[in-house]
Every structure is written in C-alpha cells, then in structure tokens.
Design a protein around this ligand. Sequence first.
Ligand code: IMO
Ligand code: MG
Length: 422
Amino acid sequence: MSATVVLGSQWGDEGKGKLVDILSADFDICARCAGGNNAGHTIVTFAFHLLPSGLVNPQCTGLIGNGVVVHIPSFFAELDALQAQGLDCTGRLFISDRTQIVFDFHQIVDGLKEVELGGSSIGTTKKGIGPAYSSKASRSGLRVHHLFDHETFAAKFRKLVEGRFKRYGHFEYDTEGEILRYKELAERLRPYVIDSVVYIHKALSEGKKVLVEGANALMLDIDFGTYPFVTSSSTTVGGVCTGLGIPPKKIGTAIGVIKAYTTRVGGGPFPTEQLNDIGVHLQEVGREFGTTTGRRRRCGWLDLVVMKHSCMINGYDSLNLTKLDILDDLDEIKVAVKYLVDEKELPGFPADLEVLAKVDVVYLTLPGWKQSIVSARSIDDLPGNCQKYIGFIERFLGVPIEWIGVGPGRESMVKKVGMLAV
Ligand code: IMO
Ligand code: MG
C-alpha cells in the first residue's frame, strides 16, 4: 500500500483541511509530517492546528510524525477541545518518540526575534516554530523520548534555556517550574507515544490506507519558498519522507491544493498582490482572515509562475482548486503567466528577492462567469467561462484539476476525472 499526500501549493490557507476531511472518510490513518501549531484548519466546528484533521472521521487514527514540532500544552488543549465537542479521540491518536518539543521559551524567543528584525520582520505566528527547528538543527533540541528520563531532560533543558538567556538577555521564565510541569506532562503524554517508523511501516504493509496532511505550503518551504519569508520546515513532498520516515516509493499520489486566487499572511514578497478594490473584494467575499492568528490575509490574482514552480517540486498527480465561487461576481479574472526582467522572461520563480522585486508580471485576462456556482455538483453544472478558467489552469500546468471547491460546505465539491477537453 502507498500513501496519499495532500500539500499546500501556494502560501498556505488553500483549504487543505476540507479535502483531508472528505478523503479521510476512506482512510485508516491521517498523519502530519511537518510544521506545528502554525497551521490552521477549521472543519465544521472543529479547529485543528497541531492534530491531524482526519481525526474528524471517527474511524481514522491520527499520527504526529517526527518532522513536526509539538508544543505539548497546545496538543492537550486542542485534544480537550475536540473531546469537549464530542469528538472522542481515545486510542486513535499517536505521536512519534522522535518529535521535537516546542517550549514556551521558544515562543518567547520567536517574539523577541521578530522585534529584533524590526521593519523586515517575517510576521511569524509566534508559535515558536522557527526557534524550535533552530534547536533541532543545532542539535540541542529536546525530543519526546527525552521526557521519559527526567534527570537527563532537566539537565538538557536548563542548558537550552541558559543558551537562550545568553543570546536574548534574561527574559522572564520559570525554568525550574517548567521542568516540574514537564514531569507531569510526560506522564500524560506517555500513552500517545510510539515508534512511528515501525507503526507506519506495519500499517502500510498490512494494506492500511495512509493519508498525509501537509501543513503550511510550498512557497513557505525553507528551501523553495520566498526565503527568508518562510516557515522553518520542509513543506514539500520531500518533507513527507523525512517527517514520517517513509521512502519515496511508498508515496502513491500527491494532491496539490490551489486556491482560485492567491493569499498570503505575514510579510514577504507577493508579486500578484492587489492593493486595490480587487484585493478588498477577494478578502471580503473570501472571508480571508487567518485561523491561527486572526490576521487579515493579503489577496491577489492566481499566479501560475508560482504554481509551475510548485508543480516541478512536488510533482502533483492532481489538483484541488478551492474557493472558485469567490470569483463569481467578477467581470474578468486575471492570471499571472510569466515574469519579465528587462523584458526577458525568467525561467522559473527567482531565488533572489532583489530580482523578484524587479519583475514585471504578465497577466492573461479571462472572462468572468457572473453567476453563482455554489450549487454545482458536476462539471456540467459549471458555466462555460468557469470551465474555461479551470481548463486553462490545467493545460498551463499539465496537471488535472480533479476536485473543485464551489462553496464552504463539505458537499460543495465538484469531482471530475482527468483534464477537461475545452
Ligand atoms: P496552513 O497550514 C498561512 C506563515 C506565517 C509567516 C511565516 C513564518 O494553515 O496553510 P512561522 O510561524 O511558521 O515561523 O511563520 O509563515 N505561515 C502560514 N501562513 N498558512 C499557514 O499554514 C502558515 N504557516 C506559516 O504567517 O508569514
Ligand atoms: Mg493557515
């Protein structure tokens, strides 16, 4: 058996949670491989940040892989909220013993780093993600298995905090109080902790169906995104292998989730951003507010230069185009098709943000459909101009759009197979 992977193809908030919700009804395991509680997916009335959203389906087991960074109090807060809403997760949630821990001091440092950056701050979620991955990369991080040898844990923890004090000055932090708190948290976490490598390989070899839920998105990837305005993990298909310990041959299908326009939260470049009525329209009609931080999302046209870059790296088998209904009222819709510098087309999405700042974005204008598509349930229910928009994207990228989101509800999804003939 091989895993199915759902990945964000733009700057996040593409609507990955809805597809994961629909698909997970048919899967045995839903796993997270990267990121932390910087992600945010609301499904029905359940809010997911750290836990796999497949948990909404009662037959699905959630797994947090080694590539994730976990703030344990947030893990329990999210779990308690789900249980309080009647979603019983007993016996169907596990976490890898290799998962790195995010501590409160990482979150404090996240804020201090942003202040230090001043005008060029990244606009992080302040969940301690960057500082926790920094601890991991500098080989001083603490992992879940460390919790179960309290004396060693305490010694390593003191050293880690001391290092942060040296770097950032003596911020207010109760080191000894935290050590005691983690002694208790360790016992509460114990039943969830497993060797996830053995677990997932056994599951795959027994023919269990595994769904991997990507967090964040391609353009926020530490290598391929708009560095340094990115998150601190591998959000690509490569992160699925390293974040779960599964070989590339065990990845069967990769589905890219792409919003019908583009949004971005936080700082950093955004070539198709519309600081005008169009941007305001998309923000308001699309209700573009961050689920994790409540921030207003920046909005603009769909950028197919970004999407080509995304397709090359993740090799999507198919795409889920989301929030297409948000474009219903527009007379015409623009799509970015190339970047020019000094009138010469760039071969791909540039690495250098100085180059990116100089690009002239070339748009193609497509006619709008000017009617509501919210009740469409098959491709034939969609107006001609809407089908043309879908067909254009597919042909440009060479990847079929097999799911089309036409409204907020679970049922508002048009499914089709292969590419459109138009
Ligand atoms: P989902 O899974 C949108 C952005 C932050 C910030 C940058 C770095 O909901 O699509 P971090 O806290 O990760 O160090 O912040 O990355 N960011 C996201 N934006 N959706 C996300 O996840 C994001 N995860 C991180 O806004 O600009
Ligand atoms: Mg988000």
